[in-house]
Design a protein around this ligand. Structure first.
Ligand code: FE
Length: 339
């Protein structure tokens, strides 16, 4: 009996260091990015490093709720989510930890990451103006604010105010103009609507193409997806970079991104994976299938994005400054009757 125990211990003692040398500890990722988009990239990371990745996907709000509910017992090492409001609120709720990574700070420009070093953007998602070229000339277009002018009455298509992208755009306007001016703008939009608000950007863009409305606001990657499956849409719907004039503040850029969780069991592995996702080696894989833009300025976007032009002026406002106005934006949208 005694001898048996001794043998087992000796075996365990021998096996442990070998196992450690062969396999680095796994990283568990909670992601609101759907599995089919992120899995091939993670498989590549595992092939290159031997680090296994456990992936759990759900919608942005749900995945953060799950992380919060699990608390210190959560297996998650990384939270990946979309929208600067979600990223900001994850940090605000104490779901993330501060990490010191010169690599992440080099790869991600300052306005696309948390000044408190808890999250970093990994892809850019521009939200700009689209128009029907048979009805509107680009010279008639200028800013998000201008779409509140009565000249657009009955011509504007917008996505629902219940959706986080609308909320972040309005949060940016609050950061820029304050609440009173922003409320005037939002009320102007509402009174210019051609039709009920849309539940998604793809049908909004198709409505512009069909002439149901003349102008609208959408994320560029939905346009990229439509163009990739039907190049003809390019003749019916054109992109206009909003707010490019000298004092107009630049186009709204939202983010997908992530951070290391507060209770990460493998924070070193999590940091390495985030650093890799922001690197030149991984940014193509992270953004090209989705028609988002790389957050790392050294990386070229997909050819479809390059075709509509990438030399525009983004808003220089910090993502955290916009994210922190999200709750105000939700109340304002409600007040202004934007459904
Ligand atoms: Fe989206």
């Amino acid at each position: 009996m005694k001898r048996l125990v001794f043998t087992a211990l000796a075996f365990a003692g021998l096996a442990a260091p070998l196992a450690q040398a062969q396999t680095a500890p796994a990283v568990t990722v909670y992601s609101s990015r759907i599995e089919q988009l992120i899995k091939p990239l993670f498989d590549r990371y595992t092939a290159e490093t031997g680090v296994k990745i456990n992936l759990l996907t759900d919608r942005g709000g749900s995945i953060a709720e799950r992380l919060a509910a699990e608390g210190a017992g959560s297996p998650a090492d990384i939270l990946l989510t979309v929208d600067m409001g979600n990223l900001w609120s994850a940090a605000e709720r104490g779901l993330l930890r501060k990490i010191d990574s010169p690599t992440l700070n080099n790869n991600v420009p300052p306005n696309f990451r948390d000044p408190g070093n808890q999250w970093w953007g990994l892809s850019r998602r521009e939200r700009t103006i689209f128009f029907n070229p048979e009805k509107v000339k680009p010279a008639q277009l200028s800013t998000y604010e201008d779409l509140a002018d009565p000249k657009w009455k009955g011509k504007l298509c917008l996505r629902t105010g219940k959706q986080t992208y609308t909320q972040s755009l309005v949060a940016m306007l609050i950061a820029k103009h304050g609440e009173a001016r922003t409320e005037q703008i939002v009320r102007g939009w509402v009174s210019n609507l051609a039709t009920d608000v849309f539940t998604n950007d793809a049908s909004l863009l198709q409505a512009i193409g069909a002439g149901q409305c003349e102008v609208g606001i959408a994320n560029t990657y939905y346009y990229g997806r439509l163009v990739s499956s039907n190049a003809g849409i390019k003749d019916k719907v054109h992109l206009f970079w909003a707010n490019q004039g000298a004092n107009e503040g630049g186009a709204h850029v939202n983010l997908s991104g992530g951070g290391v969780t507060r209770h990460a069991k493998n924070p070193a592995g999590a940091q390495k994976l985030l650093e890799w996702l922001s690197s030149e080696a991984a940014q193509n894989g992270y953004t090209h299938g989705t028609f988002e833009s790389p957050v790392n300025p050294k990386v070229e976007p997909d050819a479809i994005i390059k075709a509509w032009g990438t030399s525009f002026k983004p808003s220089p406002l910090n993502a955290a400054d916009i994210g922190s106005k999200q709750a105000d934006a939700i109340r304002l949208l409600d007040r202004a009757g934007y459904r």
